[in-house]
Design a protein around this ligand. Sequence first.
Ligand code: PEP
Ligand code: MN
Length: 357
Amino acid sequence: MDKLNNNLDRSWIDKFNKPFVISGPCSAESEKQVLDIAKKLNQSYINVFRAGIWKPRTKPGNFEGVGEDGLIWLNKVKKYTGLMVSTEIANAEHVELCISYDIDILWIGARSTTSPFVVQEIAESLEHDNNKRIILIKNPIHPDIELWMGALERLYEKGIRKLGLIHRGFFSYKSLKYRNNPNWDILLHIKKILPRIPIICDPSHICGNRDHIFDVSTQSIKNFKCDGLMIETHCDPDNAWSDSKQQIHPNHLLNFLKKIQNNEFEYKKEIDSLRILIDELDENVISILSKRMEISKKLGVLKKKLNINTLQPNRWKLIMENYIEIGKNFGISKELIENIFNVLHKESIKIQNKIRE
Ligand code: PEP
Ligand code: MN
């Protein structure tokens, strides 16, 4: 990793003011839509125009992108605005087409980073492009740092040096606040092992709606020292063909960037950064607790049906011993484990007794 870190070419991002900003629609929809957004974004705060033209949708039957036509539109954006242009690639054919249309920045999406086969194919197809393009790698859907670093290494091994990472958050079973939970702790770890890797935060895919986009952006830049932002914009966000809930109007973004560049936001100190990390973990604990209580309710219904006692003291004793042992391995005291799980157990019994009433 040291070698990779030392050999990274950061010149593409270091020549710009921070934050380095990539913006544009989730998906290219028509030439007019693309050019209308690009005209709005043609400002000094924005460095790169983005638009997805091959869209990896979770389920079939949704809009899957306009394909090659979108590359022609991106080229027009480049010609009219001078902005660099970027899109998502997921196979060798996409790479070839992007090279032929001279797209400046290619990113590997979260679903593709998950597959070593896909990443390897992309790395090989870029091998002979002589580092003309910048390649950004989104984090895989699940918080598997090794898989993310593995993707980076596959590209590095093929001689690619203009590299960067995009933090777009991680899938979680249940999250009230975010579509994909941010994980600043992982970013801090990556910054430790690869201090020179450019990191871009994608608050649009983290938030999944418009509510916290600017909070997450500010945190990523001010507290966690990300190099840049990727934010989805659309002139008619509610009617966007994909990710309509999270896209914002370009004017809205420009207003925010003006403020962030003029340092109008309260600088959050180290203590606040640690609080953000704690809040993030506590929110995860709450989400897991809710899942636990749901299962406990189902168990209560079943116990009633089978006429089994709610309280099973022997089972609980064994479970507690097991938890204490697991806690010990994680450096958590017996006392804390007993306190927490006794409270949880009492709550479960209460819920299950209510079901019996
Ligand atoms: C996107 O950037 O529009 C996209 C599909 O992102 P992700 O890979 O993060 O889901
Ligand atoms: Mn999107």
